[in-house]
Design a protein around this ligand. Structure first.
Ligand code: E4P
Length: 217
């Protein structure tokens, strides 16, 4: 399973990259705003800075909601760096744009996916990634992981190549359960990756090993 971090914070992206397990980054307009990155030029420069830090795919979201606008913005984003994946909203024109970019050989990530039907449509359009938001479904008492399982089954039935990018991951159990179900990618905060490190028996065991070493030296 690929690990993406879902942030526009350069320090966190660097920390994840330094750990050696990072496969990419996802961003969205809210994450950009959280870092105080506003205005078109600043946003484009920020994407370039992210691409310089990571080796893998970097999702950059369009703001337009009409086909022509998405194509214009997506082409501008894709021209920044070959690592850029054009992130498109799961609406009618977003699906049309996913097909357009597929035919042009430009990678896409169809975002704001909350149903298996939407994921089926994104795969039919040839999206590179589909982003079901599991945390936001959990927030409204709907099982987000169940959606990942449904999409996995549908994609496997037909051999769709679209990668399931489990998004809106909030914690380590989301990461683990997505791995069990077979999501291709997960994107979450750095804490959801670092949380995988933790086990009290590891800390106790290491402390004991070091204490025993000191006794004999
Ligand atoms: C996905 O690409 C989104 O950026 C993200 O995962 C949304 O997560 P949230 O529900 O925690 O805002």
């Amino acid at each position: 399973m690929k690990f993406f971090v879902d942030t526009a914070n350069l320090d966190q992206i660097r920390e994840a990259q330094d750990l050696g397990v990072l496969d990419g980054v996802t961003t969205n307009p809210s994450l950009m705003a959280k870092e105080g990155i506003t205005g078109k030029e600043n946003i484009l420069n920020h994407y370039k800075a992210i691409c310089e830090i990571v080796d893998g795919d970097v999702s950059a979201e369009v703001i337009a909601t009409d086909f022509e606008g998405m194509v214009r913005e997506g082409e501008e984003l894709a021209a920044l760096n070959p690592q850029i994946v054009v992130k498109l909203p799961m609406i009618k024109d977003g699906i049309k744009a996913a097909k357009y970019f597929k035919d042009k050989g430009i990678k896409t990530n169809v975002t704001l996916v909350f149903s298996a039907g939407q994921a089926l449509l994104a795969a039919k359009a040839g999206a590179t990634y589909v982003s079901p938001f599991i945390g936001r479904l959990d927030d409204i008492s709907t099982d987000g992981l169940n959606l990942i399982a449904e999409i996995r089954e549908i994609y496997d039935n037909y051999g769709f190549e679209t990668q399931i990018l489990a998004a809106s991951v909030r914690h380590t159990m989301h990461v683990l359960n997505c791995a069990k179900i077979g999501a291709d990618v997960m994107t979450g905060p750095l804490s959801s990756i670092l949380g995988l490190l933790k086990h009290p028996l590891t800390d106790i065991g290491l402390e004991k090993f070091l204490a025993d070493y000191k006794k004999g030296n």
